[in-house]
Design a protein around this ligand. Sequence first.
Ligand SMILES: NC(=O)c1ccc[n+]([C@@H]2O[C@H](COP(=O)([O-])OP(=O)(O)OC[C@H]3O[C@@H](n4cnc5c(N)ncnc54)[C@H](O)[C@@H]3O)[C@@H](O)[C@H]2O)c1
Length: 327
Amino acid sequence: MTKLRVAVIGAGGIGGAHLRAYAAWPDLCELVGVADIDLALAQTKAAPYAIPAFADYQTMLDECRPDAVSICTPPRLHLPIAQEVARRGIACLCEKPPARTLAETQAIVAAFTDAGVVLQFAFCHRFHEPVRQVQELIAAGKLGKLIQVYNRFGFRFDRAASSWFTDAEVAGGGVLIDTLVHSIDIFRALAGEIVHVDAAVSTTLPVQVEDSASLQVVSATGVIGSLNCSWVTPVSEAEIRVWGTEGEAIIDYATNTGARYHLAGDHDWTVLPFELPDRFVLQAEHFLHCAHGNQPPRVSGADGIAVMHVIEAAYRSAQGNQTLVRP
Ligand SMILES: NC(=O)c1ccc[n+]([C@@H]2O[C@H](COP(=O)([O-])OP(=O)(O)OC[C@H]3O[C@@H](n4cnc5c(N)ncnc54)[C@H](O)[C@@H]3O)[C@@H](O)[C@H]2O)c1
C-alpha cells in the first residue's frame, strides 16, 4: 500500500494528539506538515517529526499536497476549512463538534459528498476499546434487552473562562456542544438513534455559555439515557454504565482495564482486557484505511448530522418548554 501524505491543521491540544496518532502508523502514512496561525506553536509541534510548519493552512496545502488532513481548529473554522479541503479532493478527519450548528454540519457533509471525498468526524470514543467491548456485549445479546444508559464526563476545566471554549461565536455553545457531544455519539453507538431529548443546563463560571448540562434522552427502541457533563466539578470522572434485562456493564475511563460486566446469576464482575493502543491512535488507523479507499468511515457525515440534530433539540429544550413543577 502506498503511504498517504498527511497534514494537520491546528496545532493546539488535540492537533498534537493527531500528530502522535498518525506517527504510530508509519506503514500507512507519512506526516508532511502542520499549520497553525501561531507559527511558533506549529514549529514546536512539528519538530519531533521533522516536518515543516506553516502559519497559513492554504500555503501548507499548496506546498505539501497532502492526501489527507485533520482539522483540529476551533469549531468556527471547521466549515470554511472543510470546504477548502473538500474542494481540493483531500480526505478529512474533522474534530468534534462537527461544527457550530446543524446547518454548518450539513454544509460540510454536502461538500464532501459532492466532491466524492472521504469525511470522518472525530468522535474518538467510538475507538475506545471498552466502548467497543460493550457494543459487542449488547450485539451478542449478553445484557438482554437494553434498558438504561448513564454517562458522566465531569472535570474542572480551569482555563474555560479565558478560552474560546466559552465564546459561543467560536464554539457554538458551551459544555453541551463541546463535551456532551461525545456522550450523544456514544449513546447512539450503544442504543441507536435518539428520538426524544429533555435538557437542563446551568452556568457557574462567569461565562456566557452553559458549563454544566444534563440530558434525558430516549432511543427509537425505548432505551433511556441520562447524559451528564460539567466543567466545574473538581474530581475528574469519565464513566458509562449500561443496564439490560440480563446484566449490566461499566466503562470507567479511570481504570486501565477494559469494560467490566455482571450478568444475572453471576457472583462476580468479569473484567475484559484492554491492551490495544489508545482511541486516538485507533481512530487515525481507521481514518487512514478509509482514506486509502479500503472501507467507509465508521463515523460518517450522517453521524455528525444526527448528533447535531440532538444538540440543537437539546438547546431548544434547555431554553424553553420547561415544565414547572409548581407554578
Ligand atoms: N476529540 C477530543 O477528545 C477533543 C479534545 C479536545 C479538543 N477537541 C476539539 O478539537 C478542536 C481544537 O481543540 P483544541 O483543544 O486543540 O484547541 P486549542 O485551542 O488547543 O487548539 C486550536 C488551535 O487552532 C489554531 N488555529 C486557529 N485558527 C487557525 C487557522 N485559521 N489555521 C490554523 N490553525 C488555527 C489555534 O491557534 C490553536 O493553536 C475543537 O473542535 C475541539 O472541540 C477534541
